[in-house]
Ligand binder design. Structure first.
Ligand SMILES: *Cc1c(COP(=O)(O)O)cnc(C)c1O
Length: 496
């Protein structure tokens, strides 16, 4: 019978082999296609073949050496993977998984602690508290968001979860008795057409229903929420007997990087007693750089603020940083205490029990991977890399402005550049824009994604990968130009 786990010596040997695999994989990324040319079902078929890992879809009966798992990963998994850590990955937003953060995550897995209560692993809780207080200061959120200032931060698995728990805290504040009676269908949540879909999901999960979502008009000609339109919508709802619960302002929308005017929105939300949540999942970390901090202007007026360390802050998924101004708000909404979780430390009131700050009970020691990143780079290093990405995006936007036949579809924000191709009349040419995107992506040399703005197709270029340098952005630009040339040469449309 095999032992239930590796011996220490086996782990030492295999651990080195696995780390070597990681190092070789990352070093080899530039030579691989960013997106694999695989179709639906191909990976599953390869895994289920006779002689493969799961012949006929069955799990192995016999133990096998772990070295051979790497062979299967090489043969089937890597060729079937979208390579998010590739330096030419410009899709969606970056999901950085720096080698630095992997080492921190290894320590977290090694401790294997459950940090649900302070008493189940004091260090898991207090390291997270100290780290989040430090980041609150480094981002310029204000002392109100630190534990010493009466607020506090928590690492959620994702910005989606952060939005959900902010909504639950808001419900609790606005609808006392909600914990007992649930919602009554009159609750309203204010967003824009560009707000992340996680808010639409959160209102459903919270039982408010899609009707709770009120889509506020933008400032004309932009994608940013109009504070005046918000005031109008909230006043009309209140007059109709509805209950404003939460306003979600976005700093850096997923589509185009638009920034809602938090400073103007805050007093409107406050006038109606609604909770103000700022979703800065991608862009918020820019607050580390004083010259970029204007994007989170007014955040000190919010009730909660979220930014993902797992996007642009080089920390492996999952690490979404959420701060609230009132440390009691999340426990008030979420705490449920069965007998088996009772303990003296919790009852003393002197500790934070993070299970009350999230939906699940169990939680990983996520702070270690973020700690590793800030330990290795320092705030100085983090700022330098953010600045490098922004500079590369600014250079790309300059290229777009100078090139005939292609235009910026929206003002660039930080590392995000949105562009589209135009016809001879200067109007958007969706067919060319779409064809260029498809050709770039199927080349394997780079990967970009799209959005639709005012009904027209847009290519998004999100610069922010931990391995992405100015030269990769320059190479992407050359590729875009080459593909646009080919598309136009082979199309019957008039050239600009
Ligand atoms: C990416 C993103 C989200 C969702 O992030 P997860 O952490 O993956 O849930 C939410 N809001 C905005 C603005 C985003 O860019």
């Amino acid at each position: 019978m095999p032992e239930p786990d590796l011996t220490t010596e086996e782990f030492r040997r295999l651990g080195h082999a696995y780390v070597d695999w990681v190092a070789d994989h990352r070093a080899g990324l530039p030579g691989l296609p960013v997106v694999p040319p695989v179709g639906p079902g191909e990976v599953a078929t390869a895994l289920s073949q006779p002689g493969a890992a799961f012949p006929d879809g069955r799990l192995p009966e016999a133990p096998q050496p772990l070295d051979t798992l790497l062979d299967a990963v090489d043969r089937v998994v890597v060729p079937g993977s979208t390579l998010w850590q590739h330096p030419a990955f410009f899709g969606y937003f970056p999901a950085n998984s720096s080698l630095t953060s992997l080492l921190g995550d290894l320590l977290s897995g090694a401790l294997g602690a459950q940090g649900m209560l302070w008493s189940t692993s004091p260090a898991a809780t207090e390291a997270e508290q100290v780290l989040l207080d430090g980041f609150a200061r480094a981002l310029g959120l204000g002392e109100a968001f630190t534990f010493s200032g009466g607020g506090g931060g928590v690492i959620q698995d994702s910005a989606s979860s952060a939005a959900l728990v902010a909504l639950l805290a808001a419900l609790h504040r606005v609808r006392p008795g909600w914990r007992e009676t649930g919602v009554d269908g009159r609750e309203r949540v204010y967003v824009t057409a560009e707000t992340h879909s996680s808010l639409a999901k959160a209102v459903r999960v919270a039982g408010l229903g899609a009707r709770a979502l009120r889509v506020v008009d933008p400032v004309p000609g932009t994608q940013a929420m109009s504070a005046a339109a918000l005031a109008g919508a909230m006043a009309a709802d209140v007059a109709a007997g509805l209950a404003p619960v939460l306003v979600c302002a976005t700093v850096g929308t997923t589509g185009t990087g638009a920034v809602d005017p938090v400073r103007d929105i805050a007093p409107v939300a406050a006038a109606h007693g609604a909770w103000l949540h700022v979703d800065a999942a991608w862009a918020g970390v820019a607050g580390l750089c004083p010259e970029l901090r204007h994007v989170i202007d007014g955040v000190g007026l919010a009730d909660s603020f979220c930014t993902d360390a797992h996007k642009w802050l080089f920390t492996a998924f999952d690490a979404s940083l959420l701060w609230v101004r009132d440390a009691a708000a999340l426990p008030a909404a979420l705490s449920v205490t069965p007998e088996y979780l009772r303990n003296a430390a919790s009852e003393s009131g002197a500790v934070v029990d993070y299970r009350d700050w999230q939906v699940p009970l169990g939680r990983r020691f996520r702070a270690l991977k973020l700690w590793a990143v800030v330990h290795a780079l320092g705030l100085e290093g983090l700022r330098a890399h953010l600045r490098g990405h922004v500079a590369a995006a600014v250079a790309l936007a300059g290229r777009v402005r100078a090139e005939p036949g292609v235009v910026l579809a929206a003002p660039p924000t930080l590392g995000l550049v949105c562009l589209r191709y135009v016809g001879a009349d200067g109007g958007p040419d969706d067919a060319v824009t779409r064809a260029v995107l498809e050709r770039v992506n199927s080349s394997g040399a780079a990967f970009v994604t799209h959005t639709v703005l005012d009904g027209r197709y847009v290519i998004r270029v999100a610069v922010g990968g931990v391995a992405t340098e100015a030269t990769h952005v320059e190479a992407l630009w050359e590729r875009l130009c080459a593909e646009a040339g080919t598309v136009r040469a082979t199309s019957t449309l008039p050239r600009p």
